[in-house]
Design a protein around this ligand. Sequence first.
Ligand SMILES: C[S@@+](CC[C@H](N)C(=O)[O-])C[C@H]1O[C@@H](n2cnc3c(N)ncnc32)[C@H](O)[C@@H]1O
Length: 253
Amino acid sequence: MRRQAARGWLERWEAMQDRYVYQREPRFEAMGEILEAMGKGPRRILDLGCGPGSLSLRLLRRFPRARVVAVDQDPVLLQLGRSAWGDFGGRLQWVDEDLRRAPWGEGPLRGPFDAAVSTTALHWLSTRELRKVYAGVAHVLRRGGGLLNGDSMPFSPAAPTLDSRVRAWMHRLYRSDPTGTGGESWTGFWRAISRVEELNPELEERARRYPSRHSAENHLRPSEQVRLLRAAGFREAEVLWQAMSNRVLVALR
Ligand SMILES: C[S@@+](CC[C@H](N)C(=O)[O-])C[C@H]1O[C@@H](n2cnc3c(N)ncnc32)[C@H](O)[C@@H]1O
């Protein structure tokens, strides 16, 4: 796909995701700030469930000396990212891999990484799968390195009313256009891109890999995530940024 066309699709992706993820752009910004707060600035970063590279790109621009290994198993999104940005001057490596079966420590997933990051992706994994992924990430992060997971995580059982009110409010928000970018729905985006003939091989492969709209989702609360992270070998974990139920959970190796 030509670069300009791919960039057009990426703009549509960003507008669509902005509509679903409350305060998405401030969350990206916060993740950059957290990485700065953690040290001199990461040199090797792993982006888990990178999609077309939204977070990878922002971090490459923010940290000019960083390199990113961007992992996803969606062939369409990987193709859009590759066509739009290439290898970003040799600093971005796209990896087609299922995180549930990833060969941690081998090939492009060979450590040590200074940071592992993820946005709106790890909730797609079941608890058992996430436990394995956290263990794999712990294996490839250097000591003192951090995992930053930006995702929606439910409130504690002690706040059921807040949980249901915020959930209902978020649901109404999806239906409006909170950032005014004219973003389409998830289904609308995929319906539109499925008509792009040159993406047929990737679309067919995507349909094979994602036969239903989504895989299992874990709905883990931060406290449950922290338990998994500690069991995987992380020393500390804390939510460092939050807007409603959208959070950035940070764990230190
Ligand atoms: C909603 S998108 C978010 C993409 C990007 N991080 C962003 O913030 O725009 C979720 C991504 O997670 C990826 N993903 C889900 N499960 C995965 C798995 N088991 N292995 C690799 N990628 C996965 C999906 O393919 C999808 O690209």
